[in-house]
Design a protein around this ligand. Sequence first.
Ligand code: PLP
Length: 421
Amino acid sequence: MSDLIYKKNNLAFSHVDIGHLAKKHKTPFFVYSEEILVKNYIEFFDGAKNAGLKNPLVCFALKSNPNLEVLKVLAKLGSGADIVSGGELKRALQAGIPSHKIVFSGVGKTEEEILYALNVSKNGIYSFNVESIEELELINVCAKKLKRVARICFRLNPVVKPKTHKHISTGNKTHKFGLLEKDILESLHNKKLWSHSKLVGLSVHIGSQLLDLKATKRALMILSAVALKMGPDLEFIDVGGGLGVDYHPDETSRLPSIHNYMELVHTNLNKYFYAHTETKPRIVFEPGRRIVAKAGIFVMKVLRNKISEKNIFVIVDGGMNDFMRPSLYGAYHGLIPVKNVPATQHCHIVGPICETTDCFGSNRLMPKFNSGDLLVLKDTGAYGFSMGSNYNLRGRPLELLIKKDKKIKIINKAQDYTDLL
Ligand SMILES: *Cc1c(COP(=O)(O)O)cnc(C)c1O
């Protein structure tokens, strides 16, 4: 059953009436559902276990949604974190995610961030997912300074091209991410890099919003081959994140189920890795989008209509500064009127920002709107609020959480523009 349905012609999300919410809270705002979040996390984690992957660690990618209350829900379920900055590290710890479940990705870790991560506990964090040899050098120097041992995982660039948007693809030579096999293997012989560092893992992450798993399968084969060459020290193999969701109805039939994805991971790692070694490293996952995208919506109000000959523009109070994916990637997101009235016109749903790309949907079949009518932008739980900005000196929107008992919790207050001035 869908989580967005009309009840007596009024749209409800996760059993809560949207019109009712918009009477109490000023639009635009994000709403997340604890119930969907929990369901998605458990489906993912249990999927891994049921496929026969022992002791899996799911490190939620904070950049997709770093809201403290969202993270607390995941932390209670046992989630770890995949972080890419000192800010995200602090947030993960605030949410109660223990340091031994935190992996640190990203090509630009600063000395300050590395020292912070090494200092969060006696053993630092679970791993630094290292993206260059210079970074490894710096981590080793930092660990020496603190008399600690840094836990190191290499992020492998498997040189594969997944079928996804070019701006969210990361696993090829032309991308800044990951290390080539030969550079990883060479570094293992360079003793001075390892005086205060310990090799514990190997990872890949080839891109985001993956719906076709062919490139994932190839990446797993390549990952396995390199992992075997790295010897018996590996404590874990990190298969990254990137599993997609069906933003567009055409994507639903191609959407890999969690079951199929986990079977693919299990089968390929068994065949290409576990069958050739005595060691049994655990599997780490770094999902973001698949856990939260569908757990959130963005609610907007129609300000007015504007007709430019054949073009009907419906101007809403949400903008690309609140939700960037359509303007940044040309991403499709479903738009649904909160009142269930028959659709009679094709129109463009646009925001107030002074950019032509500030458009949530072109030529969408919609009812005729009046000022004050409400619209929902679907599937905005991931890369929504976290990518937002104060562009045009607009305050950041409110975030609400529908708790399991259907109570509504304000989990981030709206910013007023006076907060910015
Ligand atoms: C962004 C990112 C993820 C999460 O990607 P999703 O597509 O949201 O699952 C995981 N790992 C790394 C290294 C990332 O950069």
